[in-house]
Design a protein around this ligand. Structure first.
Ligand SMILES: NC(=O)c1ccc[n+]([C@@H]2O[C@H](COP(=O)([O-])OP(=O)(O)OC[C@H]3O[C@@H](n4cnc5c(N)ncnc54)[C@H](O)[C@@H]3O)[C@@H](O)[C@H]2O)c1
Length: 449
């Protein structure tokens, strides 16, 4: 099949590369010339394990192309996947600017091709508020008139950054919202190589497909806020969240996935998708009060953690003036260079705002962090270098690299052996024995002897 991906970000690029790998002819379009130049050279502009190898292989096989030219991208395509960003605007509403631009560009090419063309299917892969795909259909129809044929569909994406290739190649399920049976069949054919493990393709109406994505992400976000709330209660009453997790999660109805306390969720999906549910609730008069609470707990979690740092240094944020604080981890989670809505950024900006000197290090997100943080933090490539003369270390991402450091070296480099662990990587008793003052989430702090 001839496919076009609109947008070569985390979703568009992975989707394009994986579809080309099963034999489709894929063109990836972007408006960013730097990205397209990099991709044409077979280099990956984002960090995603395994992606660059597949990219090179499929470029070499001449099944995968990159372009800035909308005409070239849309003219021959049988299916066009819109994979552009759908961020929240400053009011928490979904900003559909990029989706509308893509729709208008597609409409212009459909117009030029005329009424005799074979109907293309325009697929919404971006996460969009319920009703957006049908509104997009109407928007294109109003531009091209009644005679030009096309179909629309919604095909939400569930990949996780860091595991995107395996998530795409072996999805738990594929969800497709369509308006007619031939479009449904085209999706069954396209995804057939990806569901040979017996996992289902759910074909449904377009509105339900859009809602599935929000329901799934809001549920996962809810789990994170829930366990963080329990962790905070553990701290208030002297219980240990790790013991509580074990006791609670061994109940088969609960399970242990996505129930790790920490700094709260970040990234480009959960925060904006929770806000989108809140916005959809407010707009429809069906208040999404649970989503509101999930969002509030999440935002507070970062503040509570910051308050622990402040309390350690005497209780007034001004006490951070002149302190050197090291940060291990900037990405919103391990195995990605994505720093959008990362808790580390909030903590660094707050600490720097009160006069602390912040030195941060991440295994793969340093380049993005330098661009985003500017003078708020010095970014260093060596995780140990960040510790030199530090008054405290904050662990903000649970990269494997941070799980078993050389604690003697850590202590030797720091001015004072104080760790604020936002990911519960270490055991408090072992940290006390190693001579650290150690704060974590949902567990009592220990003081260096
Ligand atoms: N990142 C994830 O893990 C993930 C997972 C599932 C779903 N999603 C959803 O997928 C969508 C895309 O997310 P992402 O993280 O890949 O975004 P991204 O910001 O990484 O990439 C979007 C790309 O679209 C390009 N673009 C914007 N307007 C364009 C246009 N008119 N024509 C061509 N290209 C254009 C941008 O230059 C950018 O390269 C969002 O709706 C997101 O919620 C993301």
């Amino acid at each position: 099949m001839r496919l076009t991906m609109v947008g070569t970000g985390y979703v568009g690029l992975v989707t394009g590369v994986c579809f080309s790998n099963t034999g489709n002819h894929v063109t990836c379009l972007d408006v960013d010339p730097r990205k397209i130049e990099t991709l044409k050279r077979g280099r990956c502009p984002i960090y995603e394990p395994g992606l660059e190898e597949l990219l090179e292989r499929n470029i070499a096989a001449k099944r995968l192309h990159f372009t800035l030219d909308r005409n070239e991208a849309y003219r021959e395509a049988e299916m066009i996947f819109i994979c552009v960003g759908t961020p929240s605007d400053e009011r928490g509403h979904t900003d559909l600017r990029f989706v509308h631009q893509a729709a208008d560009d597609i409409a212009a090419v459909l117009m030029a091709l005329g009424a005799a063309q074979k109907a293309k299917t325009i697929v919404m892969k971006s996460t969009v508020p319920v009703g957006t795909t049908l509104a997009l259909r109407d928007r294109i129809r109003s531009r091209v008139g009644p005679t030009i044929p096309f179909h629309v569909a919604d095909n939400p994406e569930f990949l996780k950054e860091g595991d995107a290739i395996s998530d795409f190649n072996k999805p738990d399920r594929v969800v497709v919202g369509v308006e007619d049976e031939p479009t449904a069949q085209a999706f069954r054919d396209l995804y057939d190589p990806f569901v040979r493990n017996g996992h289902p393709i759910f074909i449904m109406d377009v509105l339900s497909a859009e809602m599935v994505k929000y329901a799934a992400n809001n549920f996962l976000a809810t789990k994170i806020s829930f366990i963080n709330e329990m962790a905070n209660l553990c701290e208030a009453y002297g219980a240990d969240i790790n013991r509580v997790r074990e006791g609670m999660c061994s109940d088969k109805r609960i399970g242990n996935a996505f129930l790790y306390p920490g700094l709260g969720y970040g990234g480009s999906c959960f925060p904006k998708d929770t806000l989108a549910c809140i916005m959809m609730g407010d707009k429809s008069g069906m208040e999404a009060s649970l989503s509101k609470a999930v969002h509030a707990v999440n935002q507070r979690q970062r503040d509570r953690f910051f308050d622990k740092i402040v309390a350690h240094f005497g209780g007034k944020p001004t006490a951070l003036q002149g302190k050197r604080i090291a940060f291990w981890g900037i990405a919103f989670k391990p195995k990605t260079d994505d720093i959008r809505e990362a808790p580390a950024l909030t903590l660094i900006r707050k600490a720097a705002g009160f006069g602390a000197t912040c030195i941060a290090s991440d295994p793969v997100a340093n380049a993005n962090a330098r661009e985003d943080l500017g003078p708020a933090a010095a970014i260093v490539d060596d995780m140990y270098q960040a510790l030199e003369s530090a008054d405290a270390l904050v662990i903000s991402t649970d990269w494997d690299e941070f799980k078993s450091p050389d604690f003697n070296k850590v202590k030797g480099l720091m001015k004072s052996p104080v760790i604020f662990d936002g990911r519960n990587l270490y055991r408090p008793a072992a940290m006390r024995q190693a001579g650290f003052t150690y704060y974590s989430v949902g567990r009592a702090p220990v003081k260096a002897g």
